[in-house]
Ligand binder design. Structure first.
Ligand code: NAP
Length: 528
């Protein structure tokens, strides 16, 4: 059988895969992109649940590579909703004629490295095999959806789903008794959006979150015209901030500001949209310590003020983790939902879910009758999507086996024993597009360098991988993101090793490190 041969195979046709394809093509490389979904868009294809939108300011989520695209596309809302973002990605795929190199409805089952020929062979669910000298995984860091193994799920007689696999045809929830398990960013959006249409909503909460008012608004044509002139400045600011957002931190230290002035500052920020409330806050609000606790208490008080029943309010107030140590959800009317007569909040930390029963959910102390259950229970982040494929390197070891104690990589990009495999990992509480573009640019430059130089393979040295892995552990331990149990550290998945699943460095530092490595002839990598 003759295998189809490409310079680069890319897994994933989401935000990252589309950009990777565009840039590889610009370098004259032959590319095939494979995606399980029947449409492009990745996350924005799958997450069709009501209320789904991002928390990055819409213009900052634009691809920056084409001035024409920037001028042609009009964002409709300050924080774009899923249907519009999916439309944007389809618009990009059409405008740049990307579809001819994308194969949809194709799940990659395995990717095996052939050391003798220096290439990867990818096997798909239809039995097809494709060969690529390089393999890029653009599989998303929150794409492997996770439903806990609740006993009795098979016996449930109603409909259930995970928001990351929301049915294409939608779900008719009106007038139904719906249960939502999970109150992360997804659950919070769903709860706020659907509560008013239901006969009854039961929210099963294990950990209360610090949710911030999103303050979304439409973008009128005049404002959009204005924004289009500001793209260079918007992108400049995003390039310089640690997480790729348009919000710059206040250089002052919170606890050195008199209390009254500090609270006034918090109040002013509270009236602002999105993540500005904490990313433009005093710089030490986002590091462990008293400033973080001070602002955390401010947010707790805001929650108490919005919920009428003090007992319900106390359940909704986060108490066991520092502010922003878990990803902070943004919301529109979330807390007011709990003032409605048709909504019940169940604390499943106090009374855990024991099993799913034919007509609902049984906790340790009650049974809840439900027609629909939505498991907004999160994702096996970063490594989950890689683990669900068999990725076998040069010595027969799989990536899953290699990562069983936690990922071991050089800069999250490559791993020893897996030559020519690039994993795009832009994970973190970051503006995905702003952080992903320079990461992919670096990978594409690297691939072009190896290819044009007539080399067969590139992989990190053992020393560089060991040093990077130690850096992630040591530097990561000081970050807010490692102070709670969440997907940031794999702690949301039973049995998964606790390990920071993203770079511990601010985005500009990562970019400088990568640039220096490339300028030094790809220092830390072995090219042969
Ligand atoms: P998540 O943040 O991991 O939240 C999962 C929720 O399910 C948590 O409340 C968790 O409780 C609960 N849960 C998990 N297992 C459970 C069990 N066995 N019993 C009871 N409760 C259980 O997942 P997510 O909400 O899907 O969000 C994931 C990430 O996607 C976000 O952090 C964000 O990065 C991204 N996202 C972004 C947006 C946006 O931009 N607006 C929207 C949605 C998602 P515990 O906290 O106790 O573990």
């Amino acid at each position: 059988m003759t295998l189809k041969q490409y310079d680069v195979l890319v897994i994933g046709a989401g935000v990252t895969g589309l950009y990777t394809l565009y840039q590889l093509r610009q370098r004259g490389l032959t590319v095939r992109v494979l995606d399980e979904a029947p449409g492009v868009g990745g996350t924005w294809y799958w997450n069709k649940y009501p209320g789904c939108r991002f928390d990055s300011e819409s213009p900052t989520y634009s691809y920056s590579f084409s001035e024409e695209l920037l001028q042609e596309w009009d964002w409709k809302e300050r924080y774009s909703a899923q249907p519009d973002t999916e439309r944007y990605l389809n618009f990009v795929a059409d405008k740049f004629d990307l579809r001819r190199d994308i194969q949809l409805s194709t799940r990659v089952e395995s990717a095996i490295y052939d050391s003798s020929a220096d290439h990867w062979t990818v096997h798909t669910d239809s039995g097809e095999q494709l060969r690529g000298k390089f393999l890029v995984t653009a599989v998303g860091f929150l794409s492997a959806h996770y439903v806990p193994e609740f006993a009795g799920l098979d016996s449930f007689e109603g409909q259930w789903c995970h928001p990351g696999r929301w049915p294409e045809a939608g779900m008719d929830l009106s007038g139904k008794r719906v249960g939502i398990v999970g109150t992360g960013a997804t659950g919070v959006q769903l709860v706020a959006e659907i509560a008013k249409d239901l006969k009854h909503l039961t929210v099963f909460q294990r950990t209360a979150n610090y949710c911030l008012p999103l303050r979304n608004a439409p973008i009128d044509p005049e404002t959009m015209r204005e924004l289009k002139t500001q793209y260079p400045e918007i992108f400049r600011i995003c390039r310089e901030t640690p997480h790729g957002f348009v919000h710059e931190a206040d250089p002052r230290s919170a606890m050195q500001i008199p209390k009254e002035e500090r609270l006034e500052f918090y109040e002013r920020l509270w009236a602002e949209p999105g993540f500005k409330k904490f990313l433009s806050n005093f710089q030490d609000v986002v590091v462990p310590g008293p400033a973080n606790e001070d602002f955390g208490e401010f947010v707790r008080q805001k929650i108490r003020e919005r919920v009428k029943d003090p007992a319900v309010a106390e359940k909704l107030v986060p108490k066991n983790h520092p502010f922003a140590s878990k990803r902070v959800p943004c919301e529109t009317g979330y807390y007011e939902v709990f003032n409605r007569d048709n909504v019940t909040l169940v604390d499943v930390k106090a009374s855990p879910i024991q099993r799913i029963i034919p007509h609902g959910i049984k906790t340790a102390d009650a049974e809840y009758e439900l027609d629909v259950i939505i498991f907004a229970t999160g994702y096996d982040a970063v490594t989950g999507a890689l683990d669900r494929m068999e990725i076998r390197g040069e010595h027969g070891l799989t990536l899953k086996e290699k990562f069983k104690e936690g990922p071991r990589t050089f800069m999250g990009l490559q791993s020893v024993g897996f030559p020519n495999l690039f994993t795009v990992n832009a994970a973190g509480a970051r503006n995905h597009v702003r952080v992903m573009e320079p990461l992919v640019d670096w990978i594409v430059d690297c691939i072009a360098y190896v290819h044009a130089g007539g080399f067969g393979r590139i992989a990190p040295t053992q020393e560089s991988e060991d040093a990077w892995t130690a850096h992630v552990v040591e530097t990561g331990a000081r970050l807010l993101r490692t102070q709670a149990d969440s997907w940031y550290v794999g702690a949301n998945i039973p049995g998964k090793p606790r390990f920071l699943l993203a770079t511990p460095d601010p985005a500009p530092v990562g970019r400088m490190q990568r640039a220096a490595i490339a300028a030094d002839g790809y220092r830390g990598f072995a090219i042969s």
